[in-house]
Design a protein around this ligand. Structure first.
Ligand code: IMP
Ligand code: MG
Length: 175
């Protein structure tokens, strides 16, 4: 087992409570309009599954994958490694992301999604690192703002590990 020291940041209960608040606002904003919930793999898959189960809307599930990270550093260059499998034309797209760091991945993805002629595009991210942003904050809904420390768990990884932790944690003494 990996044995890096983890400092808990948000417990499962704190995460769940905030996701319930986000879902309430999203349900009100879409007011029964159907949406395509577009998860950004892999990091968003846990948040995605908790959030969509609280949406009282007609939800079509789809996924894409964008890669930009090497280790704990954003490379600044995003590339699409899996495109959405359904037609996005004239659909209300809700992009579901785990974390916005520099914002470059989301800026790239939003442009790509807009090129597929959706009716609307909104972005929900569980986490935002405001001090890292190199773009305008692209998200319409944010769960929590956090410091620049690298975090894992609840879907987020370090070198492919820790996605299965039920809580969010910061890795102590990384680098
Ligand atoms: P950005 O392009 O710099 O905004 O990077 C966003 C992507 O980097 C996210 O979708 C994550 O996959 C990854 N990322 C950024 N910060 C962290 C972190 O603290 N832990 C795990 N992954 C992260
Ligand atoms: Mg990601």
């Amino acid at each position: 087992m990996q044995s890096l020291k983890l400092n808990p940041v948000f417990s499962p209960e704190v995460l769940q409570k905030r996701i319930e608040e986000l879902a309430k606002v999203i349900n009100q904003d879409y007011k029964n309009q159907p949406i395509t919930a577009l998860g950004v793999l892999k990091g968003s898959f846990v948040f995605y599954s908790d959030l969509i189960r609280l949406l009282d809307l007609d939800v079509t599930c789809d996924f894409c994958e964008v890669k930009s990270y090497a280790g704990t550093q954003s490379t600044g260059e995003a590339r699409l490694t899996l495109d959405a499998g359904t037609s996005l034309k004239n659909k209300n797209i809700l992009i579901i992301e785990d974390i916005i760091d520099t914002g470059l991945t989301m800026a790239f993805l939003k442009n790509h999604i807009l090129s597929r002629a959706p009716k609307s595009v909104k972005i929900v991210s569980l986490l935002l690192k405001p001090d890292s942003l190199k773009t305008e904050n692209p998200a319409d809904y944010i769960g929590f703002e956090i410091s620049n420390d690298f975090v894992v768990g609840y879907g987020l990884d370090y070198q492919g590990l820790y996605r299965n932790l039920p809580y969010l944690a910061q890795i102590q003494n990384l680098n």
